[in-house]
Design a protein around this ligand. Structure first.
Ligand code: MG
Length: 113
């Protein structure tokens, strides 16, 4: 499934379940809540080795799914194509990486005059 297909799938689901519709502002709060739930699971998974690691891995997958669902829906209802956003983000990171590499290879403070 592509990101676009996932966005379309979620919008179709929300269209069939209008009672589950939430505003962008509410979804932003829900996204924050879901990220907090993910953080709690990660803290338990990495902070206490006596915990059932397989169960925590399943919990983590569940919370990542919650985060992804809300993120995809928030993007769609805001008119944002997350595929394009991800591609632009990768291009930005590549440019920053190239600039950092060039700076490391040719520091501005050490250029010959
Ligand atoms: Mg959750």
């Amino acid at each position: 499934m592509t990101i676009k297909e996932a966005q379309e799938l979620i919008e179709a689901w929300v269209g069939k379940h209008p009672s589950r519709y939430r505003s962008e502002l509410t979804n932003m709060a829900v996204l924050t809540e879901e990220v907090g739930e993910l953080a709690r699971v990660i803290a338990r998974r990495h902070g206490d080795p006596s915990q059932n690691q397989e169960a925590l891995k399943a919990d983590m997958a569940n919370e990542l799914g919650d985060v992804l669902w809300v993120l995809l829906h928030l993007a769609s209802q805001s008119g944002i194509d997350l595929t394009e956003a991800l591609i632009e983000n990768l291009e930005k990171k590549n440019m920053l990486d190239t600039a950092a590499r060039m700076e490391a290879e040719h520091p501005k403070g050490k250029q010959k005059k």
